[in-house]
Ligand binder design. Structure first.
Ligand code: AMP
Ligand code: MG
Length: 277
């Protein structure tokens, strides 16, 4: 999965990247789906261990254009994982209360605690994406944010947080197909937001803003992955693999067995003897 990871300082130009699976990808859709099911089970076990150890904190950040599949990833990659140990935080247009504070305030409040995994559906990166594209603040304000974000993520990392950032890369053509699908099915109309067409018209500006994010904020402690996302099965496969491999490398240690388990066991068994003479 190294091939999708942006090295610190690497300059990203999206025209050099593909939203499609590699041509030589073995197995195709069926085998990728089967792998994801198996990775789901591994993730379930790893998440339970993470929770039991209560040491590491895991933050997964999902970014991408509208329809790129952020919700889909949450549904399929985390399928079967105990909802008590995984939280999702979705970042929408900031409320007046949030706008009165610095842009990291609402984010810092919901970072994972010990033993927790938190998935960000959008994130503080919106503050250098939509905010930049729509000129919601002047350039001198958003330009400072790359360094601020790197320092913020460094703080999280230095205090025990493993951070993974995924950019779900879709083509403009694929977005068109997905928007048309939503419009074709009345049951999916709720997913369609007329504003999505306005954002789509700004595609090139968003790509430029994403290139700067990927070039300036991929660090050794919080790397970005560019995930080819035109095929949902390949997108899920890449993210599941990165996640499971990263968690396996944390070498999570569950608490040691109880030394006095035998004493407790006997106590319980004696209780039975007392009630039935
Ligand atoms: P959705 O993800 O479809 O529910 O849409 C959430 C909307 O909130 C998107 O259009 C985002 O661009 C927008 N949004 C998220 N964070 C910010 C922010 N910091 N400033 C302005 N808009 C934001
Ligand atoms: Mg939307």
């Amino acid at each position: 999965m190294e091939r999708y990871q942006i090295k610190p300082g690497q300059k990203v130009s999206l025209k050099d990247w593909s939203p499609d699976p590699p041509r030589d990808f073995e197995g195709g859709k069926e085998s990728a789906r089967a792998d994801v099911a198996e990775l789901n089970r591994k993730l379930e076990v790893l998440q339970e261990r993470l929770f039991a150890e209560r040491r590491h904190k895991v933050l997964v950040i999902l970014q991408g254009m509208d329809t790129s599949g952020k919700d889909g990833v949450i549904r399929s990659v985390f399928d079967g994982v105990n909802p008590q140990g995984v939280k999702v935080a979705s970042f929408k247009v900031p409320t007046p209360e949030e706008l009165d504070r610095d842009y990291l305030w609402r984010v810092h409040k919901v970072v994972p605690g010990r033993g927790e995994m938190v998935i960000f559906n959008r994130s503080h990166y919106e503050d250098v994406l939509v905010v930049r594209v729509h000129q919601l603040v002047p350039p001198e304000v958003w330009k400072k944010r790359y360094d601020q974000i790197n320092e913020f993520e460094r703080l999280l990392w230095e205090t025990g947080t493993t951070i993974l950032k995924f950019f779900l890369f879709i083509s403009k053509e694929e977005q068109k197909q997905r928007l048309l699908e939503r419009l074709a099915d009345p049951a999916k109309h709720w997913k369609f937001n007329p504003g999505d067409l306005k954002e789509r018209a700004l595609w090139d500006e968003y790509e430029k803003a994403y290139e700067d994010v990927l070039s300036r904020t991929s660090t050794g402690y919080a790397p970005w992955y560019i995930v080819p996302a035109d095929k949902k099965w390949y997108r899920d496969w890449v993210i599941s693999r990165v996640l499971v491999e990263t968690l396996e490398n944390l070498n999570i240690q569950v608490p040691p067995p109880l030394e006095d388990a035998e004493t407790y066991r006997r106590q319980l068994l004696e209780e039975d003897e007392r009630v039935s003479p």
